[in-house]
Write a protein that binds this ligand. Structure first.
Ligand code: C5P
Length: 209
């Protein structure tokens, strides 16, 4: 059984790393940002404001994991909305059981998010906190959106990333921060292969492989 926690700010590359690490060890992988993105989307779709605690809690409780595959959740608006519902402690609490059950599967799992190492899986076998300079993260996200023909500009993405980081790091409930025992990985000057190699090295050292 091995649980790997990958945290970090928006567009740090943690999602790509999490998937590749999961593939390497043959583990299931959960992108926990999608849970918050889906809650925000459903609150809006039902005609409520994103900071409506009751509506957000109802959306979190009725979330169906099969919704997480929807590609619409990966757009920029969904990310911004997610960070608004993610400030609500009741929403976080409602999503905790699903995340912990996922992590507790036989064999373990890889989870990526903001509070995996600090709150969801504090006893994870390995924790990595992935960072990169904001301009690098904005450029990567910009390239992703352009590849999917999303109408965006670099400036808007950079602004969104900085705003979201600030909101995620300053909230009272499970703020984004590295766990005390997390390994920091700055991917600013690394391509995906180099970042992957570095992450695998950190994990192997941690688990003594
Ligand atoms: O990782 P992603 O960009 O998809 O996350 C969207 C938002 O969901 C984040 O900005 C954050 O507010 C919230 N989130 C969170 N805790 C997690 C994962 C995501 O608060 N574990």
């Amino acid at each position: 059984m091995m649980i790997i926690a990958i945290d970090g700010p928006a567009a740090s590359g943690k999602g790509t790393l999490a998937k590749r690490i999961a593939d390497l060890w043959g583990l299931p992988c959960l992108d926990t940002g999608l849970l918050y993105r889906a809650v925000a989307r459903n609150v809006g779709a039902r005609g409520f404001k994103l900071n409506d605690v009751w509506a957000a809690l109802a959306a979190a409780r009725s979330l169906d994991p099969s919704e997480l595959c929807d590609p619409a959740l990966r757009g920029p608006k969904a990310g911004d909305g997610a960070s608004i519902v993610a400030r609500i402690p009741e929403v976080r609490a409602a999503l905790l059981a699903y995340q912990r059950a996922f992590a507790g599967q036989p064999g373990g799992a890889v989870l990526d998010g903001r509070d995996i190492g600090t709150v969801v899986c504090p006893a994870a076998d390995a924790k990595i906190y992935v960072t990169a300079r904001p301009d690098v993260r904005a450029k990567r996200r910009y390239n992703e959106y352009i590849a999917r023909s999303e109408p965006v500009t670099y400036e808007v993405i950079l602004h969104d990333i900085l705003k979201r980081d600030e909101r995620d790091a300053s909230r009272e409930s499970a703020p984004m921060r590295p766990a005390q025992d997390a390994c920091l990985l700055d991917t600013s000057d690394l391509d995906i292969e180099a970042a992957f190699d570095a992450a695998v090295g950190l994990i192997k050292r941690k688990i003594g492989q």
